[in-house]
Design a protein around this ligand. Sequence first.
Ligand code: FES
Length: 128
Amino acid sequence: MEKFDKSGSLPEVAEKLGIGEYHRHVFLCTGDKCCTAEVGLAAWEALKQELKDRKLSLSTGPNACYRTKVGCLRICQSGPIAVVYPEGTWYSGLTAERIPLFVQQHLVEGDPVREWVFAGNPLPNEEE
Ligand code: FES
């Protein structure tokens, strides 16, 4: 399991996590109403590994992406459910098997995998 040193003040911990550098944030539900906990956790482990392998996590690059495992996104069916901000792209069925294509196409190329998207809620970007 990945270990991370969370000692230090809040600003120090935030800096270690690269907060302030991210362009996207993925929230992935690990169930267990939209999917079983086993399926949800497998997707979460796949997401962590894929972001790490591609150096998108704890990164300062243009595709730097923060990730958060959540207990429910209130959809509670057809999971694992995920949402990506700032685009506000909502995914269903984001299983471990689908994570590599999701990461490559959406998080690297900026092109959501439309057949898995069921809703959208982009957040305003005041710089645009
Ligand atoms: S349990 Fe996953 S959305 Fe509710």
